[in-house]
Design a protein around this ligand. Sequence first.
Ligand code: TYM
Length: 326
Amino acid sequence: MSRIFSGVQPTNNLHLGNYLGAIKNWVELAAQPKNDCIFCVVDLHALTVYQEPEILRANILAVAKTYLALGIDPAKSTIFAQSQVKEHVQLGWVLNTIAKMGELERMTQFKDKSAQNKNNINLGLFAYPVLMAADILLYDTNLVPVGEDQKQHVELARDLALRFNKLYGETFVVPESVIKKDGARVMGLDDPSKKMSKSAVSANNYISLMDTPAVARKKIMKAVTDSGAEVKGGADKPALNNLLGIYSLLSGASVKDLEKQYAGKGYGDFKTGLADEVEKFLVNFQNKFNAISDKGIEKVLTEGAGKARQLAVAKINLVKNKIGIL
Ligand code: TYM
């Protein structure tokens, strides 16, 4: 049995990068009977940037609904909200005491986020990767499926597990990240040198899973392309590579097949085909999402928290015992 753990912050609507980089891989891992999966809505992490309380509350439910609508089955996988299992914070504190300032200062996400938001470089933002390590280590996680941008954070979780085990004896499983080559870094439609991001200044950067097909089509038609006219990827075609990658992952066709399909045709035809594929995906997703009630998802989260809590309490008791607190 392999334990799988991952999570998404309930900060905005999720986008295609979150799906293709992370949740699509969760669905594949969850389909294998040898895996025992836990998927968390990491609401405490979201607080490192100010959230309107009512919007945050709604977003927590929306992210959990998104997991289901993208194919995670709550009868097989555990789905819960981080704040409902207080052991995350407890273990987070213990790990804070062995995490080094220097290693946290080196985290690229901390550097990027503090540069973007100089007026709110809070302690929570600095300790974000330590809480993430607690999320992972609390459940004896073997594999953490994430996008490329989270690799460094999973490395930190590994380092903290090893450090704790060395100090106090074998306690934590040392986790590994699972990062698929395809989709690991979906880039912005308006700027293929930057990753697709929920916090991008322009909404043309991303395709939200909640975009109407018409809005998504407009964004695709507007997407930056490279010089040249041929639909053929390559090292000097970052924008086209990105669009080809998205098209390939959504349709299941290989990039080579897509290049063949569009040989002799221009970017216009290619983008229309991609927009059709995105439309199919969005309509199917949104129909499933809209069919889930708030009450229904609250029940899923309550049951999930119950299951997660059992594992978390056992682990925290072991940790307390090892470190000598009551
Ligand atoms: P978040 O919400 O920022 O991102 C959620 C997931 O989406 C992936 N992702 C992308 N993948 C490919 N291309 C992109 N443009 C793109 N943008 C985002 C992220 O890599 C991530 O997998 N810190 C985590 C949340 C977290 C977590 C955890 C994850 C908290 N505790 C424990 C795993 C295990 C995060 O980045 O969330």
